[in-house]
Design a protein around this ligand. Structure first.
Ligand SMILES: Cc1cc2nc3c(=O)[nH]c(=O)nc-3n(C[C@H](O)[C@H](O)[C@H](O)COP(=O)(O)OP(=O)(O)OC[C@H]3O[C@@H](n4cnc5c(N)ncnc54)[C@H](O)[C@@H]3O)c2cc1C
Length: 259
């Protein structure tokens, strides 16, 4: 019986590995047939690379399951590979049938249905993973009327993970889910925005700061992107003051969460 625990690492078997963009892969882990991971939105798990010697420290990193609550029999992680990354180098060598040590889940931020009229999501690269949990939670709950506006930033159009999945979600939920894409560089066939995220782009695609407490912005992505748009996140547990583009546009710290 494979069941996730917050107290100890449990080995989970990989049953599928798929590259979904040049440097991003999806890993599927086996659960019991009728069981889902059943975690709250905005929760993450920890993977450990067991140390080779007892005296060494294990390598630990957080990842965010992308599978929605009603999926049974497996859960998935979407992970970006960094060539110099300790954990992602280890993960990129794993094969179907290998066991991975996982612990959790840990709630990073609480989401309450209908607590806001509009939620904006500014997501860079694999930063979309916690956002997908909230999107699934909202769109799978017919009583939750929250409108989601997502701005998804990637290097090029080829680097956008799960683009078909997101486009389908938008087509099937036109009144509630709106996604816009921005890439650093593009060719003439690209229909979205090009360049880095600016104040004008935020104004165009995010809920208005005039919504005050009825609006909310999640920002998640590379530290440089977070710093420019909202001011740096101080630490894992401390948000730090709001600054950057969001502050200049009139958003309030209590209506922004840096993931
Ligand atoms: C709560 C939480 C949830 C997360 N969920 C996910 C997830 O679902 N999917 C996912 O892919 N990652 C996720 N991460 C990031 C993940 O935990 C690791 O930090 C990441 O995989 C890099 O680990 P590493 O050991 O390979 O790299 P490290 O050895 O820690 O870093 C090596 C080098 O890689 C580069 N690097 C590492 N991380 C970043 C970054 N975020 N942006 C830019 N450069 C970077 C830097 O140049 C760094 O010097 C999450 C992090 C947190 C805190």
């Amino acid at each position: 019986m494979t069941q996730i625990s917050q107290d100890k690492f449990t080995p989970f078997e990989i049953i599928k590995i798929e590259r979904i963009s040049p440097r991003v892969f999806l890993l599927r882990f086996k659960l019991n047939e009728n069981e889902g991971l059943n975690i709250l939105p905005l929760s993450s798990i920890i993977i450990q690379i067991p140390p080779e010697n007892e005296k060494d420290e294990p390598t630990l990193r957080y990842y965010t399951p992308t599978t929605s609550k009603n999926v049974k029999g497996y859960f998935e992680l979407v992970i970006k590979e960094y060539s110099a990354g300790m954990m992602t180098k280890y993960i990129s060598k794993l094969k179907v049938g290998d066991l991975v040590q996982i612990k959790g889940p840990y709630l990073i931020h609480e989401y309450t249905p209908n607590s806001k009229k509009e939620i904006g999501m500014i997501a860079g690269g694999t930063g979309f993973t916690p956002m997908l949990q909230v999107i699934n939670a909202i769109l799978n709950n017919k009583d939750d009327k929250t409108v989601i506006k997502m701005l998804f930033a990637n290097k090029t159009s080829k680097d956008i993970p799960l683009k078909d999945y997101f486009d389908n979600l938008e087509d099937n939920n036109k009144k509630q889910f709106n996604i816009s894409y921005i890439v650093d560089s593009s060719d003439s066939s690209w229909k979205g925005e090009t360049g880095y995220i600016t104040k004008d782009i935020i104004k165009k695609y995010m809920p208005s700061p005039k919504l005050q407490n009825e609006g909310f912005i999640y920002i998640v992505g590379p530290p440089k992107m977070i710093e420019i748009i909202s001011g740096p996140k101080m630490s894992f547990t401390e948000q730090g003051p709001l600054s950057g583009f969001l502050k200049e546009l009139g958003y309030k710290a209590e209506n922004v969460f840096k993931f």
